[in-house]
Design a protein around this ligand. Structure first.
Ligand code: FE2
Ligand code: FE2
Length: 199
């Protein structure tokens, strides 16, 4: 399927607002890919399709995931909105023709909402483009937006902190993948800070 065909199918499948958000995420991700010399083809597909799992309304996502044989962890069962990422991986393969071995594209979709440790550049770009697309407006977005075009890991770190703060405030659950992503970067920056102090 060409990118244009994917876009047309996405437009048919998603609610209008979600489709328009997807296009903004795609455009933002392409600007970021330009700056950091990423694989534009992978970024384009993953960014455009990142929310394709949203074709299933949140209230149906748990039963749909179980019916499709998708593994559901405890955090996802308690907070089924998270499942749109795994449902997205399923539809990317079965509806949009993405090769099931294409982990670059599929992992970017899988981790776009939670993040994770050891993310690829493509996955970081999609995660961040989703955070900072032009209509996103929350406290701290400017700082993340600026960092996203200079230092992907720094922007990821700021995003984890912002999201975890928000989830705590909201008494929501925090997915272990988000903690893993945060911890990996926190450990790195902690070491760097200590090394600087020693010099
Ligand atoms: Fe999403
Ligand atoms: Fe999104």
């Amino acid at each position: 399927m060409t990118l244009e065909e994917m876009r047309a199918l996405l437009e048919e499948s998603l609610p209008r607002k979600r489709y328009e958000h997807s296009v903004r995420v795609y455009e933002t991700a392409m600007q970021m890919a330009e700056v950091c010399n990423a694989d534009k083809n992978k970024v384009a597909i993953a960014a455009l399709l990142h929310d394709c799992g949203r074709q299933i309304p949140t209230k149906e996502s748990l039963s749909k995931a179980l019916a499709l044989g998708i593994s559901v962890d405890g955090t996802e069962a308690a907070q089924p909105i998270l499942l749109h990422a795994k449902l997205g991986v399923y539809y990317a393969i079965h509806q949009y023709g993405i090769n099931a071995e294409d982990s670059e594209v599929l992992d970017a979709i899988r981790y776009h909402s939670t993040g994770n440790a050891d993310m690829t550049e493509t996955a970081k770009i999609v995660f961040l483009a989703d955070m900072i697309e032009p209509k996103r407006d929350f406290e701290g977005v400017k700082e993340i937006r600026d960092a996203a075009f200079k230092d992907l890991d720094r922007a990821m770190f700021l995003s984890y902190k912002n999201t975890i703060d928000y989830l705590l405030e909201d008494n929501a659950l925090i997915h272990p993948d988000a903690i893993a992503g945060y911890n990996q970067l926190a450990a790195r920056y902690k070491t760097e800070k200590e090394e600087k102090k020693r010099k």
